[in-house]
Design a protein around this ligand. Sequence first.
Ligand SMILES: Cc1ncc(COP(=O)(O)O)c(C=O)c1O
Length: 405
Amino acid sequence: MSATVTAPLAKSAHKLFSDRINRIEVSATMAVTAEAARLKAQGIDLVDFGAGEPHFSTPRHIKDAAIAAIEGNFTRYTAVPGIPEVRKAIVDRHAADFGTDYAIDEAVFTTGGKLAIFNVIQVIVDHGDEVIVPVPYWVSYKDIIQYAGATPVFLETSERENFRIDPAGIEALITPKTKAIILNSPSNPAGSVCAKEDLFRIVRMAHERGIYILIDECYINLQFEGEIVSGASIKEAKEHIVVLGSLSKTYAMTGWRAGYALGPKAIIAAMSKLQSQSTSNAATFVQKASAVALSSSQACVAEMRADYVKLRDRILARLAEIPGITCTKPEGAFYVYPNVSAYLGKPGCDTPLALSKRLMTEARVVAVPGEAFGTYEHIRLSYAVSHEAVEEGARRMKEFFASLA
Ligand SMILES: Cc1ncc(COP(=O)(O)O)c(C=O)c1O
């Protein structure tokens, strides 16, 4: 054996963890969820506007499909990108909703939408590449990009324009290193919708410049008004478009871990190759149940969406009663992103993070600080809760902010 192998390394020469794991942080929303769970376990009564998940139970017919799959012993390994049934259901749903024409081998089913995003980034970016991300952004984009060794390049948006993603702003950020642009509409955390003209302009521009456009459609079925369009309906740009989807919010299936990607065959094959060396196939009965969710009546989605609209209106009305707080009107998803800058600088409330901590411990209201989404004057409230919880949470917030005034 060589001396280098047998000689004990000095402690300092050991690096406990890889550089790549040190480049990322625990998801801020998950951290808030964990702290809220800890307090709840102590019997503390919290109004939880933290977790980004529906308050609805998974619809009966979807649960039944999973139970039937388990009872039928559909519990063994499947093809890595998913059973043909679920891949077809993904493609057919997207075609029916948005007029796209993906083939089955242009779809991969993943263990949650987050994994689809993680895998596509791993597949397309290299060290030194840049990925354009509009602000405010969903927490995980930044870390997923950094984990892959690339650099997120942030597009600032204006709250006055409802956080509109300006195509000219994106264009100005493009460099020879730009590999991809991420779009998320309706967005987490502000619920803003990318206007059709802007969306199409961005997709066309990316395609002309040979840049990938990653379209996160996690909340597309929870858009409340206006024409609902997918960027993937620009068929001439198909070679540069990857659609990232999730069943989590649409069908109240967050814990099932069900997501997908639609894109050029070569990208989907590369994502499947990566998946073959990590998770392999998603849980078999989840695949069966997801096929049912996507291919059966979408009435359950319409019912849940109608309640989110009422909840949005309720929480906006209550927030408007709190002096100093302003809020853009979300056009989809189930979050509001109020501006709390009027209260920043009050004792113990220097930042949204500090304010959120006080909100949790003193007012017993859980909110996610805007820092997690790349802004410094906001908190995110998820209103996927009961109407009573909205009322109670708003009452507590009103009292808390009055005590700060
Ligand atoms: C914008 C956005 N994209 C993707 C996801 C991923 O969802 P999931 O991994 O539960 O499918 C989320 C979850 O919060 C999200 O908010």
